[in-house]
Design a protein around this ligand. Sequence first.
Ligand code: HEC
Ligand code: HEC
Ligand code: HEC
Ligand code: HEC
Ligand code: HEC
Ligand code: HEC
Ligand code: HEC
Ligand code: HEC
Ligand code: HEC
Ligand code: HEC
Ligand code: HEC
Ligand code: HEC
Length: 418
Amino acid sequence: MMQWLKRLAENARSFVTKHTKLTILIVLALIAFFTFISIEALHFSSDPSFCKNCHPLDKPGPLGEVATWEKSIHARAGVKCLDCHAEPGFIGYMRAKMGGLYDVYGEFIKGPDHKMHVLMSTSDPAYAAQLVKNDICLFCHSDEMNKKIRSNRIMSLGVSFRLVDSVKNPEFRKKWGLPDIIVEPIRPSAKVDPHHKMHYEMGINCVTCHAKITHSGITGYRSNMQICFHCHDERRSEKLHPPADENCLACHRNQESLYPQGPITFGKGDSAVKYEHVVHVAVFGCNACHMTLFPMQRDGVKIAFTDHTAGKLCFSCHNGKKAFSYTNCTNCHLKAPVPKAPIVYKPEGAAPVTFSHQFHTQAFECNKCHTAIWPMKKGAKKMKMDPMYEGKFCGVCHNEKVAFAATECDKCHIEAKK
Ligand code: HEC
Ligand code: HEC
Ligand code: HEC
Ligand code: HEC
Ligand code: HEC
Ligand code: HEC
Ligand code: HEC
Ligand code: HEC
Ligand code: HEC
Ligand code: HEC
Ligand code: HEC
Ligand code: HEC
């Protein structure tokens, strides 16, 4: 064996001394050949179609990462797996390739249970944020981080393996009409302004709010309100002041789409009440009423007359302090509704008395009795017969002039039929 090797080496040496130029050519050709093979191998093994061998499913969830990516807005912009799943720069790329070897080991040696376990770990936002770090997103989505990373790293060795290494900002994001999300306002087309800078400076990760941006399987996937609420509710205890969940306008910019533009009508006919969001939203945030007073849905509450006097619902404001009082019936009701049920009194030492609004309002306006004689509240005044004989209470009319006299006991005190 050794003999044979020695002879080969001697032959080679004499070949090299005889044909120096040819040798150099051959060596260069070999280097070029192997470089070509390895670059091709790198390209090939970086393509989503290669990843699909081991991430093959066609539905969202673990193993469906390639199919979901295909539908994402990033795929349509040519942003591929290793643009996010590897640090920008040549070393970041090569490191990811090494990591790929570990994937192969995981695939064939550790088996499917291990694989599923790893792929499911991203449901933990902290794990997901480690997997794709802020800097990677910011490399494309901000200018400062892009410049910082570009000036610190070798971006490529002449051969371009992927998109991210060639990304230069602001040129790249301008080409796509994207803002610098740290220093510029969000695009007008976005419905929600997330205050990027503030959350970024608090150390909150892109992936926390943008979870599943690539792997939801939905084109144009949006962030999710529950993610915001979950953290805001949790952090309220720490002397921080995230907006109340009901304060829709803290996050939503085109608020008009969120509340009814026309009136909401309570009740029917003459006494119906029109409630206008437009008037109230000009003065109050949504959370002045929702969800404390009213649920955010039609027919969520029934408003009764007792609410008027007890200062509930509308009347927590319409009490003459924050807004006009409930006594201005016709500010709300086209026509003030008459209580339908008669008012029944059960005095001690006499038969029950029934007072009928339906009957009396045929002849009298409300203001004949309200509030000169009574406020609009049953039992507001304690009534006795003696003052009534002298022309007070019912006696204002039941004096034999306007109506039968107060001494005609059994016209008012009617024994219940047995
Ligand atoms: C030979 C099969 C195989 C191929 C090809 C493959 N993967 Fe994987 N991948 C796995 C296995 C197995 C795991 C989980 C096991 C582990 O990390 O130990 C995994 C995990 C991952 C993870 C999650 C890592 C983590 O720590 O949570 C990412 C991201 C990933 N692969 C991306 C890719 C990308 C991008 C490609 C294509 C460039 C690719 N994979 C190609 C087998 C493969
Ligand atoms: C725009 C950036 C981006 C691109 C492009 C991207 N991913 Fe991901 N990927 C993420 C983020 C962020 C996560 C973390 C979990 C999440 O939010 O979905 C993730 C998670 C994963 C995981 C972990 C398991 C899982 O299902 O959560 C795998 C595997 C993976 N990606 C593979 C791929 C493959 C394969 C491609 C290309 C076909 C790809 N990714 C393209 C950002 C990206
Ligand atoms: C290689 C560059 C690149 C990387 C890395 C990248 N993006 Fe993007 N991103 C883009 C481009 C380009 C668009 C514009 C796509 C379009 O408008 O078609 C975009 C669009 C977006 C949008 C707007 C989506 C929409 O529906 O309008 C969000 C949100 C976003 N990226 C978040 C992220 C997050 C989060 C990360 C990191 C996990 C990330 N990006 C990583 C290039 C990148
Ligand atoms: C506090 C939650 C939150 C965090 C953290 C966050 N975003 Fe966003 N981002 C949003 C919301 C909400 C939108 C509006 C569009 C939507 O609903 O997806 C948005 C929009 C975007 C857009 C589109 C901008 C536009 O003008 O249309 C990009 C790009 C983006 N984010 C990138 C990032 C990057 C990169 C990070 C990490 C540095 C990040 N975001 C962190 C919530 C967040
Ligand atoms: C991981 C935690 C976390 C998540 C997720 C989060 N926020 Fe916040 N947000 C906070 C905290 C904490 C504050 C309060 C900061 C303070 O009081 O200084 C805040 C404050 C805000 C404010 C008030 C800004 C101001 O200038 O006062 C807005 C608006 C907001 N968040 C929007 C969002 C939106 C939209 C989302 C979801 C897309 C979201 N946040 C997700 C933690 C979070
Ligand atoms: C902490 C911020 C925040 C608050 C407060 C908030 N939202 Fe949202 N809302 C979001 C985010 C983020 C989304 C998803 C992103 C998007 O649709 O652009 C969303 C989405 C929505 C959508 C779906 C939008 C669509 O077109 O599909 C509706 C409807 C909505 N919110 C109504 C409300 C109402 C009503 C309130 C007040 C009770 C409210 N939101 C309060 C952040 C918030
Ligand atoms: C002054 C009180 C008040 C304010 C402020 C207010 N609302 Fe309302 N809202 C109501 C009442 C009352 C209803 C009807 C409830 C019922 O029918 O039981 C309602 C109903 C709604 C409904 C359900 C409509 C339907 O057709 O199902 C939505 C959506 C709504 N409000 C959104 C909002 C939003 C968004 C804001 C802030 C921009 C807001 N509201 C501010 C009082 C208010
Ligand atoms: C959070 C306090 C608040 C609540 C709750 C409230 N209002 Fe008002 N409302 C106001 C204020 C303030 C005004 C305008 C100032 C004024 O005229 O006193 C107003 C004005 C009105 C007006 C006059 C509108 C116009 O065109 O000028 C009507 C009618 C009205 N409210 C009906 C209602 C009804 C019906 C409800 C219950 C479904 C209700 N309001 C609940 C505070 C409130
Ligand atoms: C701020 C607006 C507002 C004012 C002022 C107001 N109401 Fe109402 N009232 C309502 C609303 C809204 C309802 C619920 C209507 C419905 O659901 O039929 C209601 C219901 C009633 C009902 C119950 C109707 C039924 O069918 O159950 C009576 C009775 C009533 N109002 C009487 C009055 C009287 C009398 C006044 C004047 C002293 C008055 N209201 C002033 C808003 C108002
Ligand atoms: C003939 C006199 C009279 C007239 C006219 C009259 N009321 Fe009354 N109203 C009463 C009396 C008496 C009470 C009970 C007072 C008491 O018990 O202290 C009452 C009580 C009420 C109550 C409270 C009911 C309750 O259950 O608490 C309402 C509401 C009311 N009136 C509305 C009206 C309206 C609206 C009109 C005009 C359409 C009207 N009233 C006209 C005599 C009258
Ligand atoms: C503003 C004047 C006025 C006041 C105040 C008044 N009434 Fe009458 N009432 C009348 C008139 C007018 C009639 C019908 C004429 C007649 O029968 O003499 C009438 C009729 C009645 C009747 C007979 C019709 C029926 O409804 O069965 C009863 C009972 C009655 N009133 C009870 C009362 C009681 C109880 C009070 C006090 C709580 C009261 N009224 C206050 C003017 C009034
Ligand atoms: C116009 C209707 C009306 C007539 C007529 C009337 N009452 Fe009354 N009476 C009432 C009302 C209303 C009350 C108060 C009920 C309450 O507040 O519980 C009352 C209360 C009483 C009470 C208990 C309070 C007190 O003053 O001691 C007695 C007893 C009574 N009436 C006896 C009589 C007698 C006896 C007559 C005939 C001489 C008479 N009433 C005629 C309406 C009438």
